[in-house]
Design a protein around this ligand. Structure first.
Ligand SMILES: Cc1ncc(COP(=O)(O)O)c(C=O)c1O
Length: 381
């Protein structure tokens, strides 16, 4: 497990490392500053050696590889034939929402949430129905009563973020069971975005939506290796279904959907699912350690910033209202040389929050928090 130095990272051409000038530490976009898993790198290098960079042929064992991974990791049994590759999670979500009648009814989701959820609904011709998460002290959870009430009012689909970006909540099995009961009662489809699932920091705690039998005829899972193994640029994700009724909806995707999937993405994802579990386990140990490091740094250098440790992934959702009352925290930190995602993008009343990506070297993380601490100190001075 190697987290490259700042100089190496600054050679990267990805969005995270090219959006801001070199003097700014980017703790923004959800990419990890990690070296690729060896089995994934080897499979990709081998494909390049063969010049195997044509179109994706439709299967290549992606369904079988995912089914084996999901069974071993979460005990979730997937029929490999019920997995359809798509370009990315966003494309899968928009195609699903279109076919689920988003243009005739509203689509619900729970802010604060990954900002493209707003865009996906609009792209599918839908109207937004925001049902915010409930906040309990520093922690967050689905507001199941509010969701039930919203579902009664004519909702085509609910987009579940499972685990939830940006708050890092791994929804509990009982919560998902209640959500599914509500959805079934009111005829609402659930589109479960499970892109962060491989990064559940306690893998046993994660419940895939479709592992619940009752979800089979209302649920759709969007899965991908792109967060777990850092393959976002390779463009491969998949929609998984568990009943003939939901599979028929996916079968209605335009035929060109398949041709838009990244061939290298499929090759990398198959390698990740088949041979990357050991690397993923080591990554999770590292991310848990970095989460502890960040907790120590916040305690000592950023007192007054309130957060709850994420249960999945590498994103920290920081309430900065105590240190920057009435000010845009993101702008204050940017002036001190640290780029963070502004809370307002995540909807709800999240303007006083910033989201920090801690999947980086300890050196970069320590330097970022030191700069943030200076920003707070300057305001207080
Ligand atoms: C919850 C969630 N869904 C989807 C995505 C993006 O996935 P893709 O690039 O496959 O569309 C992200 C990226 O950060 C995410 O956090």
């Amino acid at each position: 497990m190697r987290f490259p130095s700042l100089a190496e990272l600054q050679d990267r051409l990805s969005a995270k490392w090219t959006t801001h000038p070199a003097g700014v530490l980017p703790m923004t976009i959800a990419e990890m500053d990690v070296a690729l898993a060896e089995p994934v790198a080897a499979a990709l290098a081998d494909a390049i050696r063969r010049s195997d960079t044509g179109y994706f042929g439709g299967s290549q064992g992606l369904g079988e590889a995912f089914a084996e991974f999901s069974r071993d990791r979460w005990g979730w049994v997937v029929d490999p034939n019920r997995l359809k590759a798509v370009t990315d999670v966003g494309v899968g979500a928009v195609e699903l929402l279109r076919r689920l009648g988003a243009n005739r009814k509203k689509v619900a989701f729970s802010p604060p949430v990954y900002p493209p959820f707003f865009d996906w609904v609009r792209e599918a011709g839908g109207t937004l129905a925001e049902v915010p998460l409930a906040r309990d002290g520093a922690s967050w959870r689905l507001d199941l009563d509010a969701l039930d009430a919203a579902f009664a009012g004519g909702i085509a689909a609910y987009i579940l973020c499972n685990p939830h970006n940006p708050v890092g909540r791994v929804h509990r099995r009982q919560e998902l069971e209640r959500l599914v009961q509500s959805a079934r009662r009111h005829g609402v489809a659930i589109v479960s975005d499970e892109i962060h699932a491989p990064l559940a920091l306690d893998p046993d705690g994660f419940t895939p939506l479709l592992a619940l039998d009752a979800a089979a005829d209302v649920g759709y899972a969007l899965v991908s290796a792109s967060k777990g193994w850092n393959l976002a640029g390779l463009k491969c994700a998949a929609v998984v279904t568990a009943s003939s009724q939901t599979a028929a909806v996916v079968d209605g995707f335009p035929p060109d959907t398949q041709w838009r999937v990244g061939q290298l993405g499929v090759i990398g994802s198959v390698a990740a699912y088949r041979s990357g579990a050991g690397w993923l386990d080591a990554l999770i140990v590292e991310l848990r350690r970095k989460r502890d490091l960040l907790a120590d740094l916040i305690d000592t250098e950023l007192p007054g910033v309130v957060w709850d440790r994420p249960e999945a992934g590498y994103l920290a959702w920081l309430d900065c209202s105590g240190v920057f009352p009435q000010l845009d925290a993101r702008d204050e930190f940017l002036r001190a040389g640290v780029a963070l995602e502004p809370g307002a993008r995540f909807g709800g009343s999240a303007g006083e929050f910033v989201r920090l990506n801690f999947a980086t070297s300890d050196d970069v993380l320590e330097e970022a928090v030191a700069r943030m601490s200076r920003a707070v100190g300057q305001r207080r001075a």
